[in-house]
Design a protein around this ligand. Sequence first.
Ligand code: ATP
Length: 333
Amino acid sequence: MQVNVRVPAKINLALAIGPLRPDGFHDLATLFHAVSLYDDITVSDDDADAPTPPASAARQVTVRVDGPYGTGVPADESNLAVRAVYALADAAGVRPRASLRIRKNIPVAAGLAGGSADAAGALLACAELWGLDWPVERLAEVAASLGSDVPFSLIGGTALGTGRGERLEPQSTGASLHWVLAVSEARLSTPAVYRRLDALRAQEGPQAAALWSQTAGAHGGAAPGSAGPVVDPRIVSAVLHGDASAVAPLLTNDMQAAAVDLQPTLQDTLRAGHEAGALGGIVSGSGPTCVFLAADESHARAVATTLAATGHCLAAEPVKGPVRPVLGEHHTS
Ligand code: ATP
């Protein structure tokens, strides 16, 4: 049997990062939003074209990766989707046997959680392939063990995320928003962006850091005296109403300064998006993708065309959100 799942990329419409914790992690508060750029995941238990694992292998999961952004994605057990299959098999007591195929349409190391999308897709597809019939909450426990963005990738839509991003409050949305993703030639490693953020904050010194806290608190950030980072409720409400002009000035990302510091050309991309007529724009997550808000679908297409012509990005993709993973048809051969 073969199961297909399409899993969306995510952007962060607000991203507030707390200080470095003694354990090396950061608390965060974010508004996740899944957009219509999808990786396609296929799992099957009888794929004749899949690479043959050694006959002795007790753990038989293979992966092939293709598509526009497939180059350089690991096709071995370090692939997050393969790790997801093993984690689910362990949790369910199933023999891990599956052939995975990933068509990568989501750029890699781009702040779009493409690896997390693939892991979530593998969980959804294998749960179906193995007839697990688990509630999503149970799959989310396995997802959280794989990475902080994986639980959101399982559900998509729009959700508030806290902790390391794995504690989710899904938001029910009727309205769509239209965006342009400005894809960069560069790649940024998320841990490297966090390190730069910590270094920039340390340079600012305690007084500046306190001031920063208050400034960030105006749009989210770590509110002074609060227990941790927060998302401004006004952006949540504006997103739920699909009110693009109210969302635009509230877009915020505490990682943006660090991403721009590592990749200064992002400043040019952000400026180009504004000059192309976007209502607002930010770096997506740890970057380097920049995301621009448009008034509607035709405005998004116009912004994308203008932006692409400036040469300040590799590609400009109009997308809409929120969207959800789509479990496709099954084939039994
Ligand atoms: P995030 O937004 O969660 O920080 P990202 O979008 O910036 O993530 P990914 O595209 O998930 O980053 O890739 C991060 C790294 O993970 C890559 O450098 C890649 O080598 C590795 N990786 C492992 N499995 C995958 C996968 N299935 N797809 C993409 N990258 C993967």
